[in-house]
Ligand binder design. Structure first.
Ligand code: CP3
Length: 370
């Protein structure tokens, strides 16, 4: 849907940075910026179920805007309030969000012989239809944002989604995932390919609805060895960035910048830099300067990467961490979107996060005056 339907963007710093342009300061936002650390989130959610909130465009857009209102002038992007697990839901799997525990699949996939695996593989999934509520939430959020900052759409990466579909939730040992990728390698790849195709269509529909940049979250990539990442995760991440632009063209829609965040896959930085993703998300296992040098060699932008745990360390720890990023990422004149190295956690004090954003502004201004 083109921008014609919406107010022009007043702050395009993040989009320009993602496209590799030179900028006056680094844009910033944080993953999970709409969520449990904010008292207003709990208020808006009330005692509603998590997925019920995701399915209600009014509530989802309200929650998306909360950090934008609270940190007005300090953050440069919104991310639609939803979850990566809506794809498995669209594929016909039940997912419930258990308070204090996280997502649970009452009936995860056991083996490729299971009727459930066969059914899912055979089912024609129409994400355009099934996930209509996400697109409605995106369009409504774009209207409410009124051009203040750009809006991110997102999806989970095929490997991370497969983990949840076979584990039935979070895991410590990833026993089921490892069983699938090592014992049922061919069947795993068929499922991963199916998910990758759904991700492309899902992201394309988000863009049509108004998403101005998209991010693919491979949150469990770090559970894989470099060799198994190359085998089961990377090809499907690549499929998405190769096919999304083509799909958008088919639909008569402009391309948008694409961000990939493969958490824990530090060894894959060079490989990710050689894909069509515009921005490579970095977790805090990366040293800013070394990662920045690699990304610059390939003309890629990086996003990240403060340890979310510094938020528990008070102002001094936050300042030191931001300084490390500003110095390592070239002061933020080009090629760096400031963020945490993973999502903000529920125990963080909103004012500490504010201080983090303020320090990004202050220290990058100071760097540029040097
Ligand atoms: O602000 C934002 O970043 C947008 C919203 C967003 C949510 N989930 C909301 C949410 C995004 C981008 C996600 C992505 C997501 N969901 C990921 C990838 C990012 C990452 O953190 O690695 C993953 C792995 C999930 C799956 C998921 N959803 C888990 C493991 C959990 C429980 C743990 C937790 O951190 O809360 C969720 C629930 C969830 N998703 C909440 C929110 C605000 C908390 C729900 C609640 O208890 O109210």
């Amino acid at each position: 849907m083109s921008d014609l339907y919406f107010k022009p963007l007043q702050n395009d710093l993040l989009l320009r940075t993602a496209r590799g342009e030179k900028v006056s300061r680094p844009p910033c936002w944080v993953m999970r910026q709409a969520g449990r650390y904010l008292p207003e989130y709990h208020k808006a959610k009330g005692n509603r179920d998590f997925f019920e909130c995701c399915r209600d465009p009014e509530v989802a857009s309200e929650i998306t805007l909360q950090p934008i209102d609270r940190y007005e002038g300090l953050i440069d992007a919104a991310i639609i309030f939803s979850d990566i697990l809506v794809i498995p839901q669209a594929m016909g799997m039940e997912v419930i969000m258990v308070d204090g525990k996280g997502p649970v699949f009452p009936e995860p996939l056991h083996t490729p012989e299971d009727t459930q695996y066969v059914e899912i593989m055979e089912r024609q999934v129409d994400v355009k239809e099934t996930l209509g509520y996400v697109y409605a939430a995106i369009t409504l959020t774009r209207k409410k944002l009124n051009g203040r900052v750009p809006l991110f759409g997102f999806c989970g990466a095929p490997f991370t989604l497969l983990c949840y579909m076979v584990e039935g939730g979070g895991s410590r040992t990833f026993q089921q995932t490892k069983t699938w990728i090592y014992k049922y390698n061919a069947e795993s790849k068929k499922m991963l390919q199916k998910i990758a195709e759904l991700c492309v269509e899902y992201l394309a529909q988000q863009v049509i609805a108004g998403a101005q940049i998209v991010q693919v979250f491979d949150s469990w990539a770090g559970e894989l060895s470099p060799a198994s990442f190359k085998d089961v995760a990377f090809p499907h991440l690549k499929y998405i960035c190769d096919h999304l632009p083509k799909r958008l063209e088919e639909l008569g829609e402009e391309k948008v910048p694409m961000v990939v965040f493969a958490k824990g896959a530090w060894y894959a930085l060079e490989d990710l830099c050689q894909t069509k993703y515009d921005v490579i998300g970095l977790d805090w296992l990366h040293d800013p300067l070394s990662a920045y040098k690699v990304a610059q060699k390939y003309g890629k932008v990086v996003q990240g990467n403060a340890d979310p745990g510094v938020m528990y360390g008070g102002h001094e720890a936050i300042t030191a961490s931001v300084k490390g990023m500003v110095d390592g990422f070239g002061g933020g004149k080009q090629g760096w979107i400031a963020n945490l190295g993973h999502g903000v956690t529920p125990g963080v004090k909103p004012d500490d996060l504010r201080f983090f954003f303020q320090e990004i502004h202050r220290l990058s201004d100071e760097y540029q005056e040097r």
